[in-house]
Design a protein around this ligand. Structure first.
Ligand SMILES: Nc1ncnc2c1ncn2[C@@H]1O[C@H](COP(=O)(O)OP(=O)(O)OP(=O)(O)O)[C@@H](O)[C@H]1O
Length: 266
């Protein structure tokens, strides 16, 4: 009988099975969190259709279709790697380089800079829309804009939103404390309860927070007022100190309330 090395560990086979299942469940959970709000969801739906048609073609003896879909499915692993090469590279780089604490520090620094930028932009009545990503990926919206990957600073944010510059239209997205992209297009809210007087910038801020758990900060070009949207609700006319408090509360509460196994690892 083959002796496995783990038979020397003080663990029974039953315990190893439990650990095995828990590890796989944890990995699947993390992958699902990463994929929420990205193209992967649509791709999974498309894949499900191909699989159903593949089996239907087999049952109905449509040999050519069955062979064709079989060929597509056999190169699936390769296809997934090609389609998601950017996301895979990002995740692997983050796993290697950004420990949990470092990400948190960067996120807190970014929040400070967002609050400072909001204050400056409000003084000059410069319209701005800044979105801070949380658990749900904003990959789809990032794709609609221009990748930046820069350190979040008041100066950079004010430059981006300066009227007339190529990236001033649309939203900036902040991911893990880095300015990931600018000029991003967000979904507008369709909530009939939202005031008709709110324009598209504010509607986009509400919209993105309805679809995801992100936090959106808006500076109105018309009035210079600062607003923050969370979970589809917008709080208007706040000062930068209140904005800073709301951001800090949202992100620190998130960490304190979240059980360790749900905390961001990457
Ligand atoms: N879907 C969208 N995603 C991201 N940004 C958007 C979107 N729609 C509009 N914007 C931004 O909002 C700007 C237009 O703002 P608009 O005046 O319609 O809204 P508002 O809420 O009244 O804002 P303000 O008070 O600043 O005038 C656009 O130039 C663009 O930068």
């Amino acid at each position: 009988m083959t002796e496995h090395w783990f038979s020397y560990l003080p663990l029974s086979r039953w315990w190893l099975d439990v650990i095995d299942i828990l590890l796989v469940a944890f990995l699947l959970y993390r992958v699902m969190l990463l994929l929420r709000g990205t193209r992967a969801v649509q791709m999974a739906a498309g894949l499900a259709v191909i699989i159903v048609v593949y089996f239907a073609a087999k049952a109905l003896e449509l040999y050519t279709l069955h062979w064709l879909l079989g060929t597509v499915l056999s190169s699936l692993f390769l296809l997934i790697i090609i389609v998601f090469q950017d996301d895979i590279r990002r995740v692997l780089t983050q796993m290697g380089q950004t420990p949990f604490l470092k990400t948190r520090v960067k996120t807190f620094q970014a929040m400070e800079e967002v609050a400072k930028a909001a204050s400056t932009l409000a003084e000059t009545k410069t319209g701005a829309l800044m979105v801070l990503e949380r658990e749900i990926g904003l990959g789809d919206y990032l794709e609609s804009g221009v990748p930046v990957d820069g350190r979040v600073t008041r100066e950079l944010l004010c430059t981006i939103f300066h009227p007339g510059t190529p990236l001033h239209d649309g939203a900036v997205i902040i991911r893990d404390g880095r300015l990931a992209g600018a000029g991003c297009v967000l979904p507008l809210t369709t909530n009939p309860d939202v005031s008709k007087r709110l324009g598209t910038r504010h509607r986009a801020a509400i919209g993105v927070t309805e679809h995801t758990d992100a936090v959106a900060v808006v500076v109105s070009e018309e009035t210079g007022s600062i607003s923050v949207a969370i979970a589809g609700k917008i709080t208007r006319g706040i000062d930068s100190g209140t904005l800073r408090r709301i951001l800090h509360n949202t992100f620190s509460l998130e960490e304190e309330e979240r059980p360790w196994w749900k905390r961001r690892l990457i």
